[in-house]
Ligand binder design. Structure first.
Ligand SMILES: CCCCCCCCCC(=O)SCCNC(=O)CCNC(=O)[C@H](O)C(C)(C)COP(=O)(O)OP(=O)(O)OC[C@H]1O[C@@H](n2cnc3c(N)ncnc32)[C@H](O)[C@@H]1OP(=O)(O)O
Length: 230
């Protein structure tokens, strides 16, 4: 199932669809395109290389100029539409442009989550040095972003897809990068359009590093679109 939320979003951000010369439709970029996913991964690798580079100044200047050419080439073929938001058969939202899970978004890890038989959201992940906050540790805001998303997925698979109203975090231990970790989340309960979930980022043995609880609210406009109400 694919739901079109673009109209509500566009009303809040009408300039975001892009109408400049040189733009292109979604089909040109190819939704779910393997080539686009590979490009996104190449850019992630590039970002990691930039963070870790020890190249001399003149080499950095030369590389920067080469990258500027590639950036201009892509910018000239800018897309005019968003990647669509779809729900897989388990009810997990899928969105190639998502900042956490988007395979086509270089900013995303990308996080790959699964729904377990008991409806827990579970994702194995590994942060990279690009996510560093305190020395040798992952930035707390990055952990929060991951937890926001998996909690949101937990309420979505329970039928309460919504936007975050509140997110409360307890940073129990420092989160390392470069090591395997596990993010999990479970739906807790609902009242009307409000749904609660809890989750955590933990070591593979279950030792919690960051714990989260969140309230998600199905926006009135989504509810009206889903029920066909005016
Ligand atoms: C598609 C699924 C994707 C799942 C994975 C993605 C997970 C990631 C999610 C995000 O990151 S979302 C981005 C961060 N969140 C936002 O940007 C939300 C911004 N806020 C809003 O858009 C609106 O305030 C909101 C949709 C949350 C509520 O607007 P509504 O007009 O639909 O609700 P309304 O104002 O009528 O309030 C309904 C109830 O919720 C309560 N409420 C509203 N906002 C609240 C809030 N922020 N915190 C706590 N309670 C809140 C409100 O008091 C009221 O309670 P009662 O029913 O008891 O009276």
């Amino acid at each position: 199932m694919t739901i079109e939320l673009a109209s509500a979003e566009n009303a809040e951000n009408p300039g975001s669809t892009g109408s400049a010369e040189g733009t292109t439709g979604a089909s040109a970029a190819g939704e779910g395109s393997a080539a686009l996913d590979l490009l996104a991964q190449q850019v992630r690798d590039l970002v990691d290389a930039v963070v870790l580079t020890g190249a001399p100044q003149d080499e950095i200047v030369e590389i920067t100029a080469e990258l500027a050419v590639l950036t201009d080439r892509l910018r000239a073929l800018r897309r005019t539409s968003r990647h669509p938001l779809a729900f897989d058969p388990e009810g997990v939202p899928r969105h190639a442009g998502n900042a956490v899970t988007g395979s086509a978004n270089p900013y995303a890890l990308p996080l790959v989550s699964q729904v377990t038989p008991d409806r827990t959201i579970r994702a194995e992940l590994s942060f990279r040095q690009v996510h560093e906050g305190p020395p040798t540790s992952v930035h707390g805001g990055v952990s929060a972003m991951i937890l926001d998303h998996v909690l949101g997925q937990a309420v979505a698979v329970a039928g309460g897809a919504g936007m975050t109203g509140t997110l409360t975090l307890r940073y129990v231990r420092r989160v390392p990068y470069g090591e395997p970790l596990v993010a999990t989340a479970e739906y807790v309960r609902s009242e009307g359009r409000k749904s609660w979930a809890e989750g955590r980022i933990a070591l593979p043995d279950g030792t919690p590093l960051v714990e989260a609880t969140g309230l998600f609210i199905t926006p009135r406009v989504w509810k009206e679109e889903m029920t066909g109400a005016q």
